[in-house]
Design a protein around this ligand. Structure first.
Ligand code: HAM
Length: 399
């Protein structure tokens, strides 16, 4: 990844960091490699990620490890191991890093990709769900992505979900023979995922029984919606089930375009994950954004206006002087390239063009003898001699 694509990712990370700061979300650096067991236990055994997409291997110490396919399990593990529960249970973390999934690569779907993620731990209130969603919206806005839609749903809790699960199993069982192989397997283990299947899902989206939330989950969901109303347009989509096992209550997706790999960010509440991993009963909600997909959704990044200088030396005897000019300009805060001193003037000027420099600083025998430099404006062709100590000031003054 290089050029404008690399610049877009950097700009997105910078926008995200700025907004994280506004929300008081602190950085957490999680390992790239974890015990494979961590993902099996948290991401979940019925997910595509664990069933077929993990890059796992045995290390020299016979530990079974995996390249992280997502960040949430590492955050949850870190939270438990560092004893945040006792010391300061309410935490807001973000992470930026590459994730790995053995998926079939296509536009917007890669085997190594970057996620920017946020996790709010220790806050059961609907305000945490709404803040997480608005935080994501503010990052999209700061970066400049406009064309996306937001879908939200509630998957209920341990009380209301089993009833829905059973209703779904009853409904889908009559079509069992027509389901794809994976869905036949999912039917008993995680029937919600059948609705999410790329092959079969759409067949059942209409007719499937609808989730009946318990009063607490219903109130929670209503409050999340109330807090979002007027601040972000959203669609309640009862077929949104998400591909990971740990979600409870609110789930959401930010989608751009209409392809299957259109989710630019997604997340939800996971109130039982930390407990199921051996930690305390700590509720949580979070999301992760696919950085490359978000950049694709932006289209092109507006070109940054920056003044750049390219330093050219005309003779071997001037090289050291020209080299020192470059270092001095940088010390004065001016973006400076150069040093291609083995090439002739034409070759160096060509490179100045390629780097899109606004100015060339040309150093020959006369300039070296006088302690000056020739400044050439590459847009107008004008050139003028400056004493070295006036050069940086002159560059800064030209509009
Ligand atoms: P996820 O839906 O698996 O959720 O991934 C989140 C985002 O990562 C997706 O919406 C997509 O933009 C991006 N993504 C996923 N796979 C790929 C890929 N192969 N290539 C490019 N981009 C991809 C999670 O990972 C959860 N950990 C989110 C979360 C955080 N839930 C609660 N907290």
């Amino acid at each position: 990844i290089f050029g404008p694509e690399a610049a877009a990712l950097t700009a997105l990370e910078a926008a995200a960091r700025k907004v994280f700061k506004l929300y008081g979300v602190k950085e957490l650096r999680i390992p790239t490699v974890e015990l494979k067991e961590l993902f099996i236990k948290s991401t979940g055994t019925t997910t595509d990620i664990v069933q077929k997409e993990m890059y796992s291997f045995e290390d020299a110490g016979h530990r079974l490890l995996a390249l992280r396919p997502e960040g949430t399990p590492g955050v949850a593990r870190a939270y438990i191991e560092n004893n945040f529960t006792q010391a300061a249970p309410v935490q807001q973390f973000f992470y930026i890093g590459n994730m790995f999934r053995a998926e079939r690569p296509q536009a917007g779907r890669y085997r190594e990709f970057e996620q920017i993620g946020a996790e709010f731990l220790g806050n059961p209130a609907p305000a945490a769900d709404a803040q997480a969603i608005l935080l994501l919206k503010d990052i999209m806005q700061a970066f400049g992505v406009k064309n996306y839609s937001v879908k939200i749903n509630s998957l209920g809790c341990e009380k209301c979900r089993p009833l829905y699960r059973q209703a779904l199993i009853d409904y889908l069982s009559s079509s069992k023979d027509t389901l794809c192989e994976t869905c036949q397997d999912r039917l008993e283990r995680n029937p919600l995922r059948v609705l999410d299947c790329k092959i079969d899902g759409h067949r059942f989206a209409e007719g499937a029984p609808k989730m009946k939330l318990c009063p607490e989950c219903e109130e929670h969901f209503n409050e999340v919606k109330r807090l979002l109303d007027g601040k972000i347009p959203y669609i309640v989509d009862t077929s949104l089930v998400r591909g990971l096992d740990y979600y409870t209550r609110t789930v959401f997706e930010f989608q751009a375009g209409d392809k299957s790999q259109n989710a630019i960010a997604a997340g939800g509440r996971y109130d039982s994950l930390i407990k199921s991993m051996g930690g305390a009963d700590i509720p949580a909600v979070g999301w992760a954004m696919g950085a490359e997909r978000t950049c694709l959704a932006l289209g092109s990044l507006p070109a940054e206006e920056e003044v750049k200088v390219y330093v050219v030396s005309l003779e071997k005897s001037c090289n050291e002087y020209a080299f020192n000019v470059m270092q001095n300009l940088r010390a004065d805060g001016i973006i400076t390239e150069g040093g291609l001193f083995e090439k002739n003037l034409k070759g160096q000027m060509k490179q100045a063009d390629r780097t899109k420099a606004r100015f060339a600083v040309i150093i020959g025998g006369e300039e070296t003898a006088r302690g000056s430099a020739k400044l050439k404006d590459l847009t107008t062709g004008e050139q003028k001699d400056y004493p070295l100590d006036a050069l940086a000031g002159a560059i800064k003054n030209i509009k």
